[in-house]
Design a binder for this molecule. Structure first.
Ligand code: GLN
Length: 490
């Protein structure tokens, strides 16, 4: 595969500078990205819907009015995961259930992106209803990893991460309920930010686990993630869980003095069993950071050992409630008319929802049912509180928590599709953050000897995304820069 054409390879900040100086037009930039989409889609299948005509039309309109520096994403191509409603466009959430569904309103994030001047180019592939870690549970097709086409891109925002890595667009939005932004970012070698719960509006985003879901950006650099966050962050009256704490200025970041930073390294995560290549890259990253003068200290966080168990009860419980609305009557897929109502529900949900989504609904319904509620849901909620307190305790003595994102690199397609428990276990590094609620930034730590990217994550106190991004800037400067992915099977 040829290298991406130069305009499609530009990051958001560089492209923004070029647009404002009129070195190229918004239409030329959109065209370069959309051409790259056409060239790479047959290899990676990152997109579920591509808006070529609409995007070019939008870019031409922007050009006609002239660059506007106050719109921080002016003329910049972005994608959104196919759980964000966009007016007049289809939204499937990766499910047959919503095939053909076109929303009459739009996610607040999409509205704010448009207001900031962004050009929406595509909606990206995901595991059905964002339930999964590999994008193989998409009802339509799996997405492939640009670093090795025989491997998964991670998930559930796998299309977003693969598209960023393959230079289809310089910015993307995903959602992170238990790692779905940070883990695919790590496996595809890009940067992904899960903001604090409540930092970004969830209005108009298809719900999975409502107390855990958070929207956030993916890009090829930390500062580009800052630009994307700046465009969408802040209170929204249409989402009662959005926070009124005013956003910080995420668009102008400067790296902190490393000698002042104290990082906590949770033992429970760093002492996990790692793929040896992954561990080598992570240890080298820690040495670089220590060499720069930062202080790194192992800390016990015993409650983290229960995060997989607690998360999969809580997320499944919320999913079973959220997905009850897909009854074959109000949305999308409806089974051929049955004589009775129960038959219609059963037929529609059995044929409309995939295996993993049905498994989560059953698990969640069980955990919430009377007689089991105390044993499962209530217990899990208590563990969540312990994990929250463990984070708060650590932040009293440290600026940030530093953790791996995944103990393994991208795995070959099909490895775990019949082994859900193993796949759930692989989420152990990302789930604690969602149970805490604070922000986390995943960025590339380097390439393993097998040529696959390895990610590391910095976690920080709630609503302090700016210092988190600034610490990310420091790490990004220390760690090796990744080349463009080869876009072939290894
Ligand atoms: N892999 C986790 C799950 O399947 C997280 C998914 C997500 O963050 N949306 O639930």
């Amino acid at each position: 595969m040829a290298q991406a054409p130069s305009l499609a390879s530009l990051g958001l900040a560089e492209a923004r500078a070029g647009l404002l100086k009129k070195e190229f037009s918004a239409r030329e930039l959109a065209e370069a990205c959309l051409d790259r989409v056409s060239e790479t889609e047959p290899l990676i299948s990152a997109c579920l819907h591509v808006f070529r005509d609409e995007a070019l039309r939008e870019a031409s309109l922007l050009d006609a009015a002239g660059p506007k520096a106050e719109r921080i994403l002016w003329g910049l191509p972005v994608t959104v995961k196919d759980v964000y409603l966009a007016r007049g466009a289809p939204t499937t959430a990766g499910s047959r259930m919503l095939k053909g569904y076109v929303s009459g309103y739009e996610a607040e994030v999409v509205t704010r992106l448009r207001r900031a001047g962004a050009v929406l180019c595509a909606k990206t592939n995901l595991d059905e209803y964002a339930m999964g870690s590999s994008t193989e549970f998409s009802a339509f097709r799996p997405t492939r990893n640009p670093w090795d086409l025989s491997r998964v891109p991670g998930g559930s925002s796998g299309g977003a991460a693969a598209g960023i890595s393959a230079r289809q667009a310089p910015g993307a939005f995903g959602t992170d309920t238990g790692g779905s932004i940070r883990q695919p970012a790590a496996l595809c070698g890009c940067v992904g930010l899960k903001p604090s719960y409540g930092r970004v509006s969830r209005y108009g985003i298809v719900a999975y686990g409502s107390s855990l879901d958070q929207a956030g950006p993916l890009a090829r650099s930390v500062s580009d993630c800052g630009l994307l966050l700046a465009a969408v962050a802040g209170p929204d009256g249409k989402d009662s869980t959005s926070s009124r704490i005013p956003p910080e200025d995420y668009a102008s970041l400067s790296p902190p003095e490393p000698g002042r930073l104290r990082f906590a390294l949770p033992r429970e995560l760093w002492e996990a069993r790692f793929d040896p290549e992954t561990e080598k890259v992570l240890r080298a990253a820690l040495r670089l950071l220590e060499g720069a003068g930062a202080s790194l200290e192992a800390v016990p966080m015993p409650a983290l050992r229960f995060s997989v168990a607690a998360y999969y009860v809580l997320a499944a419980a919320e999913a079973s409630t959220n997905l009850a609305r897909y009854d074959g009557v109000r949305y999308g897929y409806r089974a051929p008319e049955k004589s009775d109502l129960l038959g219609l529900y059963r037929g529609s949900r059995t044929a409309g929802l995939g295996r993993e989504a049905r498994r989560r609904i059953l698990l969640g319904t069980f955990a919430l049912s009377s007689g089991y509620y105390d044993a499962y849901f209530r217990k899990a909620a208590q563990v969540r509180r312990l994990i929250h307190d463990a984070f708060s305790g650590v932040y009293k003595g440290f600026d940030f928590i530093l953790a791996p994102v995944s103990s393994v690199p991208a795995w070959p397609l099909g490895s775990f599709t019949d082994d859900p428990l193993t796949q759930y276990q692989l989420d152990m590094m990302t789930l604690p953050l969602n149970l805490h609620g604070g922000p986390g930034l995943s960025l590339p730590a380097g390439l393993g000897g097998d040529g696959l990217p390895v990610g590391i994550q910095i976690l920080g106190p709630a609503f302090r995304e700016k210092p988190l991004l600034e610490a990310g800037l420091l790490l990004e400067g220390l760690f090796p820069r990744l080349p463009e992915p080869p876009l072939k099977a290894l």
